[in-house]
Design a protein around this ligand. Sequence first.
Ligand code: AMP
Length: 190
Amino acid sequence: MKRICVFCGSRPGRDDTFLALARSVGAELARRGIGIVYGGGRVGMMGALADAALEAGGEVIGIIPHALERAEVAHQGLTALHVVISMHERKAMMGNLSDAFLALPGGFGTMDELFEALTWQQLGYHAKPIALLDNGDFFAPLMALLQRMLDDDLLTIESYGRVRLARSLDEILADPEMAQALTLARGVRQ
Ligand code: AMP
């Protein structure tokens, strides 16, 4: 089964659109037979994503550090929950188990995970596609910052071009690289 690693907020967000986006992405991925790898929490957008995918019969793998599991934020109803020692180990495992990355709106944790995936891709540690999915214009300031990095020659046009911003999962899956990553037979993992 192909899997996508989803980064999203551990908080529910200011209005219903954030949870609604997480729920619809979870349900739609399950419907398409794409497994989810995520941070393993039962809170906020993370919990909504996992619950919706599970309700739709999807596979959801959570990876949570020991300290957060003990804080009882871990989701106990997942297909699998891996408890790891550190945040570093968690991020490495999330990437290794996935074929592509998807960031939804979120806070520091989401941005940290997104930027690590982008940085590692830029350095050639992986070649898995990365997309952002918006519920409005949440990512507009981030895209403006990336444009600024490009204008100031702090980012190459190739790296800039690898950040795909979409308004729907259909749009993301229509991207040839995404479609290929999420539909071809699973190869050897790093
Ligand atoms: P944030 O965007 O700061 O809410 O952080 C969300 C991201 O960081 C998720 O994609 C998780 O992988 C990780 N994370 C942050 N808080 C938690 C939590 N309470 N439980 C599990 N994972 C979390």
